[in-house]
Design a protein around this ligand. Structure first.
Ligand code: PEP
Length: 253
């Protein structure tokens, strides 16, 4: 099916110039599986994007953590998709739960952002996921289907989309989804794509898992048939990120 393993590192709102340089130098010196086995994208805060892009090994790429919903202009504090393209930043993370929940980004708004970023030539890591309350009330699939539907309503070409399933209760909590929990939702999402978009999009779109992935739990998660990689927060700032990159070999073993 050719879904290349994908690992994103979301550095969130962390780092000084010195710390960023240290992480880049750790990544540049790391022995990792080849680019045929794993696609690696790290996402520093906006202000460090040029530094990281210009100093990171060329086979690793960078992502912004957000961008504005449409063309730039009088939107104080925002960064437009056009600006990212101008800086040759290839990827952007959109719809992260920290933005959905803290900044009230609604499903439709995230869908619009994804569609606009794609229209400008960016590749998108689109995040979805349920809260603990939603999981406990049995509505996980309804929630992630509604989030995906808002994207699918505006996007016809999925070639440049990676879907990141990130249960909110697992993000930054140390409480990782079990491999079975992750597989169940990824498999259902693939079925949703098949039923609502197309067989081809379902078969080729990478669905990655995020939420307390670390060097110790990554291999078992990576072994799940519908887990095509990870979006990693806390552990992406640490040397164990390299172990997570290495878990890609589970797929080719
Ligand atoms: C994230 O913020 O996307 C994330 C998965 O964070 P963590 O790995 O720290 O849970």
């Amino acid at each position: 099916m050719g879904r290349k393993f994908f690992v994103g590192g979301n550095w969130k709102c962390n780092g000084t110039t010195e710390e960023v340089k240290k992480i880049v130098s750790m990544l540049n010196g790391a022995e990792v599986p080849s680019g045929d086995i794993v696609e690696v994208v790290v996402s520093p805060p906006f202000v460090f994007l040029p530094l990281v892009k210009n100093s990171l090994r060329p086979e690793f790429h960078v992502a912004a953590q957000n961008c504005w919903v449409k063309k730039g202009g009088a939107f104080t504090g925002e960064v437009s998709a056009e600006m990212l393209v101008n800086l040759e930043i290839p990827w952007v993370i959109l719809g992260h739960s920290e933005r959905r929940l803290i900044l009230n980004e609604a499903n439709e708004f995230v869908g619009e952002k994804v569609a606009y970023a794609l229209s400008q030539g960016l590749k998108v890591i689109a995040c979805i996921g349920e809260t603990l309350e939603q999981r406990e009330s049995g509505s996980t699939m309804d929630v992630v289907a509604a989030q995906t539907k808002a994207i699918a309503a505006l996007v016809s070409n999925w070639a440049n989309v990676v879907l990141a399933y990130e249960p909110v209760w697992a993000i930054g909590t140390g409480k990782v989804a079990t491999p079975a929990q992750a597989q169940e939702v990824h498999c259902e999402l693939r079925k949703w794509l098949k039923a609502n978009v197309s067989d081809e999009v379902a078969a080729t779109t990478r669905i990655i898992y995020g939420g307390s992935v670390n060097g110790g739990n990554c291999k078992e998660l990576a072994g799940q048939p519908d887990v095509d990689g990870f979006l990693v927060g806390g552990a992406s700032l640490k040397p164990e990120f390299v172990d997570i990159l290495k878990s890609a070999t589970v797929k080719s073993a």
